[in-house]
Design a protein around this ligand. Structure first.
Ligand code: NAD
Ligand code: UDP
Length: 314
C-alpha cells in the first residue's frame, strides 16, 4: 500500500470528486471533501460517509480556506455543466479566481502538491484539431460560456504564477468531456440527458443538427489519470486527459437508443451560443509523461452508466 496521505478534494461532492474520493479511500488515504453543494450532493458520498478516513466540510472556496494540514489538494470546485455555470456567472468567475487563490494559499502554507482540474474549454471553439497542449485556444471573452472558459484560463495563469513565484508544486490537467455514475441527472449535460430521456422513452433533445463532435471519456479512466499525474514527479503540465474517440452528438444519441432499446425519437432544438463545433484531445503528452491512456471505450462506459441509471430510476 502507498504511504497514507491527507488529501483535500475541493468540489468533492460532485461527479468527478466523489469518484476520486472513493478511489483514494480504497487506497487507504485520509480524504477531506470540501463542497458548498451548489451542484454536488451528499448522496454521492453515501457509500463512504462512515469511513473513518473520510471528513466532510461544507464550505464555499471563494472564502479563505480553513487552516488544515494536507499533503495533496485536488482543486475541483466549480460547476461544470453549461446551464449550471451560467446560472450565476459572477459566482463561477469568483469560484475559479478567488477559489483558486484560496486553494493555492493553503498549498503554499503546507507545501502541499496541488492539482487543478482545468478543461478542454480553454481551447474554446478550436481552430486546431485535435487539440494539443501548445494550442492557445479560440475563446470568446464576453459570451455566455466565458465565465467558465475565461475563469479556467485565469485559474491556469494563477497556478503557473504561484509555481514560478513561490515554487508551489502544481499539476494542471485539461479534462475532456467525461461521464459516468454520480453525474447529476438534472445538470443538463448531454450523456445524462440522453440516457434519462431514452430510459423514459421521451424525446431526445439534440441541440443544433447534432453534427458537432465531442470525445467522451469514462470517469474511471479520468480518476486513474488524475492520481497518476498527481503522483508523478518532475512534470507540472498542462496535460490533456481525454478519450480521443471522437463522435457526433447524433451518433451518441443513436448508440444510447440502441443500448437501451428505447422507443425515443430525436427532436432538434436550437444550438446554444458559442457551442464548440469539434473537440478531440491529442493525448501524446499524457502517454509520454505519465504513461496514461484510456482503457474503456465510450460504448462500454455507456453500458455501465446506463446500468447505473436503470437502477436509480427503478
Ligand atoms: P460537478 O458540478 O458535478 O462538481 C463540481 C463540484 O464543485 C460540486 O460538488 C459543487 O457543489 C462544487 N462547487 C462548485 N462551486 C463551489 C464553491 N464555490 N465552493 C465549494 N464547492 C463548489 O462537476 P464535475 O463534472 O465533477 O467537475 C469537477 C471539475 O472538473 C470542475 O472543476 C470542472 O470544471 C472540471 N471538468 C469536468 C469535466 C467533465 O466532463 N465532467 C470536463 C472538464 C473539466
Ligand atoms: N447537447 C445536446 N443535447 C442536450 C445536451 C447537450 O445536443 O440535451 C449538446 C451540446 O450542445 C454540446 C454537446 O451536446 O454540443 C455536449 O454538451 P455538454 O453540455 O455535455 O458539454 P460541453 O458543451 O461542455 O462539451
Amino acid at each position: 500500500m502507498p504511504e497514507q496521505k491527507t488529501i483535500l478534494i475541493t468540489g468533492g461532492a460532485g461527479f468527478i470528486g466523489s469518484n476520486l474520493a472513493k478511489k483514494l479511500l480504497v487506497q487507504g488515504h485520509k480524504v477531506i471533501v470540501m463542497d458548498n453543494f451548489f451542484t454536488g450532493s451528499k448522496k454521492n458520498l453515501e457509500s463512504f460517509k462512515n469511513d473513518n478516513n473520510f471528513v466532510l466540510f461544507e464550505y464555499d472556496v471563494i472564502n479563505k480556506l480553513p487552516d488544515m494540514k494536507v499533503d495533496q489538494i485536488y482543486h475541483l470546485a466549480c460547476p461544470a455543466s453549461p446551464p449550471q455555470y451560467q446560472k450565476n456567472p459572477v459566482e463561477t468567475v469568483r469560484t475559479n479566481v478567488s477559489g483558486s487563490i484560496n486553494a493555492l494559499e493553503l498549498a503554499k502554507k503546507y507545501q502541499a502538491r496541488i492539482l487543478f482540474s482545468s478543461t478542454s474549454e480553454i481551447y474554446g471553439d478550436p481552430k486546431v484539431h485535435p487539440q494539443t497542449e501548445e494550442y492557445w485556444g479560440n475563446v470568446n471573452p464576453i459570451g455566455p460560456r466565458s465565465c467558465y472558459d475565461e475563469g479556467k484560463r485565469c485559474a491556469e495563469t494563477l497556478f503557473f504564477d504561484y509555481h514560478r513565484e513561490y515554487g508551489i508544486d502544481i499539476r494542471v490537467i485539461r479534462i475532456f468531456n467525461t461521464f459516468g455514475p454520480n453525474m447529476a441527472g438534472d445538470d443538463g449535460r448531454v450523456v445524462t440527458n440522453f440516457i434519462i430521456q431514452a430510459l423514459e422513452n421521451k424525446l431526445i433533445t439534440i441541440y443544433g443538427e447534432g453534427q458537432q463532435t465531442r470525445s467522451f471519456m469514462y470517469v474511471d479512466d479520468l480518476v486513474e489519470g488524475m492520481i497518476k499525474f498527481m503522483n508523478t514527479d518532475g512534470f507540472v503540465g498542462p496535460i490533456n486527459i481525454g478519450n480521443p474517440q471522437e463522435i457526433t452528438i447524433k451518433e451518441l444519441a443513436e448508440e444510447i437508443i440502441k443500448q437501451t432499446g428505447s422507443s425515443s425519437k430525436l427532436v432538434y432544438k436550437p444550438l446554444p451560443e458559442n457551442d464548440p463545433v469539434r473537440r478531440k484531445p491529442d493525448i501524446s503528452l499524457a502517454k509520454e509523461k505519465i504513461d496514461w491512456q484510456p482503457q474503456i471505450d465510450w460504448q462500454d462506459g455507456l453500458k455501465k452508466t446506463i446500468a447505473y441509471w436503470q437502477d436509480k430510476l427503478k
